[in-house]
Design a protein. Sequence first.
Length: 206
Amino acid sequence: MFAFLRGAVAAIQINRIALDVNGVGFDVHVPDSVQRKLVRNQEVLLFTYCHIREDAFQIYGFLAEEEKALFMECLDINGVGPKAALGILSTLSVSSFAQAIQEHDVAAVTRTPGIGKKLAQRIILEMKSRMGQDPELNALLGAPDTASAPVEGDDVYEALISLGCTPSEAKKAASYARETLGEDATDEELTRTALRSLAKASHGKR
């Protein structure tokens, strides 16, 4: 209904602001990430989404079109309502969410209040599935480089995950091992080299 609203921030509350648009006060729900950037009397333009129910009319506002687009994409997932979608954007930036989807990082998504492991897995799987069919979503989240990056189903990557590595650590270490040993190396050799690289990196941080 409203593509955007431009006005002055009249009041700031938890997860919402009052936006004065030419003397009319709009109650706008915003993520924590947006709320932290706003101050009273600041002139601001918010990209808005209107959520209409029988008993409520709610406006959600974002500083970037990408945030609004991700919010709307999350709403299309069964089990994700406006509160949960807003929570995702309060917990993760668009780029952090994209990385979590690409790396199947369930733990990152479950940091959102109210989203458990099963729902996080559904969000990741549905987003990945839709990325291959939706160019706009693909552009928003960025397609993983499947030609060069190890992904789930890769034996070395899976071995590292089973040993307690994070998806990001496993991906980086598996890539390093392949670059070091070449594709003729066995999975066992690659895994040992990957673990040694992680051990060296951990030692270097101390």
